[in-house]
Design a protein around this ligand. Sequence first.
Ligand SMILES: Cc1cc2nc3c(=O)[nH]c(=O)nc-3n(C[C@H](O)[C@H](O)[C@H](O)COP(=O)(O)OP(=O)(O)OC[C@H]3O[C@@H](n4cnc5c(N)ncnc54)[C@H](O)[C@@H]3O)c2cc1C
Length: 357
Amino acid sequence: MVLFEQESRIGGNHTWSFHGADVPAGSRRWLLPLAENNWDSYAVRFPHCQRTLPGSYHSISSGRLANVADERLGDRVRTGVGVKAVQPDSVVLDDGSRLEARSVIDGRGPSPSPHLDIRFQKFVGWVVELENPHTLPGPIIMDADIRQDDGYRFFYTLPFTPRILLIEDTRFSDGPDISNDEYGAEIARYADSQGWRIARRLRVEEGVLPITLGGDIEAFWDDADAPVARSGLRAALFHPATGYSLPNAVRLADQLALQRDWSARAVFERTRKQSVALWQQTGFYRVLNRMLFLAAEPDQRWRILERFYGLDAGLIARFYAGGSTIIDKLRILTGKPPVALSRAVDSVFRYRPPAVT
Ligand SMILES: Cc1cc2nc3c(=O)[nH]c(=O)nc-3n(C[C@H](O)[C@H](O)[C@H](O)COP(=O)(O)OP(=O)(O)OC[C@H]3O[C@@H](n4cnc5c(N)ncnc54)[C@H](O)[C@@H]3O)c2cc1C
């Protein structure tokens, strides 16, 4: 196995978080040693609902992933090597050399597709050192008790140490644009409003993640020039409501660890099957996304989330794990929606993905 990465280290500049319940129990055994921060509850804040929810929450930094990969994989990770073209059983590197393999997995991150109707979860995060300790007992994964802007907006805060926080300004928006300066100023203002005096900024990260409203997953795969296996966002292996991909990457890794037939065809079929199965299991979340993005006015989207976070803690955990039951779905959809009923009905029943020309 050889992994090619165009940058000087694998993993980019990320903090990956997940709920313990998002990953199968068997996978937690090998995944949790990677986590640098672990909490046993998390909080949400809305104008009329402040709540601490039980359940473990974890985060892994890209630096930690890169260190472990270096340690375990040694020179099988080849950094600073760009891949120019991929085929099911070969790659062409930027320097023109061609390498053959039994199978190739394309994990080059997201690429736009006309077959997925997406909106965006976008954010800028600062890791900061504070002058004085904060008093947070755990993460605040949504603080939406703030001025709304550019869609549904909230702050996300992870307390890494008594004086080090990751603070993110996050927006669920119709467009992907981010202004680092504007988000940065908002983060500084938010920290101030919480009484956190920033001594130093240690790191900045930003992300624009896909939130899916609809699409055609088979066409998404059929569109490729060749049947190359894929992983991660490139395989549409993410939660439709958050764009988070870590739990599905874990599932794919476990599946591939059991793979006996490493022919290019078999690995392609394995990754495509997993992607299509996930798509079929997650239609409900795309319906909710349509309610959020098409039925609610952008500055009123928080009401849908506030209502959701007032529901049963088990239901919320199953939602993020992508495992909502029929009862959960009925519970989420029943009651008066906090949006105009006619627009809610249109977004659910009359929605058609944009035509692909
Ligand atoms: C800042 C940030 C925070 C996130 N937080 C979370 C989170 O908390 N939880 C969660 O589940 N998800 C999170 N996500 C979403 C998602 O999990 C990540 O985007 C995840 O890293 C996607 O994995 P991937 O393997 O598809 O692509 P990537 O992690 O983007 O990896 C693709 C790699 O391919 C390399 N590459 C691209 N083209 C080439 C080429 N031609 N040749 C060689 N190498 C190439 C890139 O340099 C990159 O390192 C976050 C995303 C971002 C950006």
